[in-house]
Every structure is written in C-alpha cells, then in structure tokens.
Design a protein around this ligand. Structure first.
Ligand code: ZN
Length: 191
C-alpha cells in the first residue's frame, strides 16, 4: 500500500500510545481516523481481526524515521520493551507538556517510576479517576522524592525500585490503619 506523507506531521509525545498519535494526526488533517488507521496497519499474521502497526508505513506517513518514532512510541520498539515496567493502563500525563502537542488528548503509557513531571512539578503518577493532575509547586518534598527515586532506578533497575515502592505502600497501609492497631508489639504499625 502506498502511503502519502501528511503535510503537517507533528511529532509523537514521549510514551504516547500509537493509536492516540494516529488519531491526533487524523484530527489535525481533517481525515477519517479509521481510514488513516487502515493505511498504517495490517491484519496480524495469525489471521485474527486485530490490526498491527507497520512501522515503515507510519514512517512514510510522517516523514520521520522508524528509530525516531520508536524513541517516543513504546509499541514500535524492536525488540519490544518489558511491558511489566509500564502501568497496565494508558493515561493522560502532564497537562502543561501535553499542551505542546496539538490534535486532541494525549494518552501515554508511562513506566511505573514516573510519578512527577520534573519540568512542570506536576503529578503524573497513577491518576485518580476524574481528578485533574495535581500541581506540586507547594509540595517540593514530592518533587525531590521523584529525583531520588530516579537515582534508585539508575542504581538498581526498575524491578527492585518498583518492589521498594510496593513495600513502602504496605508499610504506609499499616501505619494509616490507626483504627486497628495490632496487638503484636513487633508489628510494623508500632515501628
Ligand atoms: Zn510537564
């Protein structure tokens, strides 16, 4: 299939979901999103109904190299990334970063270790349902924690870093459960 380059192929956002990027491109050019989706995908080889992205076609459509596209779009990476390091659901990110990307809502697949946009001091961790991202300008301790968290990540890798967060949540859960202080004096609640 011959794919013609779009006249205004804006770049993808970092960690953007590929379908979201294609949807923004369609909106910006007044094209039907389903038509554009068919142009840059093919039926999966197993014969199912699902369609998979053809990186070469998306590159032809945008005039961007596959390497550049894959740098932003995790689904295009080859080899595939370890999906366990990403949150299981796409989400919106920092609204101030997103405002630079026209064409509609930007949906991203963020890795577990990204809790704060350091540039804009905005919460981008697991979002609360229907709540806008919190501005952390008045809570520098959280911004500082994100920097320290990234240092742990570079030293130990994503899996132990994620385990450390889960363990910390477990401690906090016990500490916050003040209605039911455990009897055992060795319990974490007492510590
Ligand atoms: Zn930002």
């Amino acid at each position: 299939m011959l794919v013609r380059r779009l006249p205004a192929p804006v770049p993808p956002a970092q960690h953007e979901v590929t379908a979201c990027y294609i949807s923004r491109l369609a909106t910006l050019h007044g094209l039907d999103v389903n038509d554009l989706w068919v142009q840059v995908t093919r039926r999966e080889k197993s014969g199912g109904m699902r369609r998979v992205i053809v990186p070469e076609r998306l590159a032809a459509l945008t005039g961007r190299t596959i390497h550049a596209l894959a740098g932003a779009l995790p689904e295009l990476r080859d080899p595939q990334p370890n999906w366990a390091m990403f949150r299981h659901q796409p989400q919106t990110g920092c609204h101030r970063c997103d405002s630079k990307h026209p064409g509609g809502k930007v949906t991203r697949l963020l890795p577990h270790h990204r809790y704060v946009c350091l540039r804009h001091r905005t919460w981008i961790g697991p979002p609360d349902v229907n709540q806008p991202a919190a501005d952390l300008s008045d809570i520098p301790a959280i911004v500082h924690s994100q920097r320290r968290h990234l240092r742990i990540l570079s030293r130990h890798g994503w899996a132990p870093t994620y385990d450390a967060v889960l363990t910390a949540f477990s401690f906090c859960g016990h500490i916050w459960d003040i209605a039911n202080p455990p009897e055992d004096r060795q319990h974490v609640w007492h510590t």
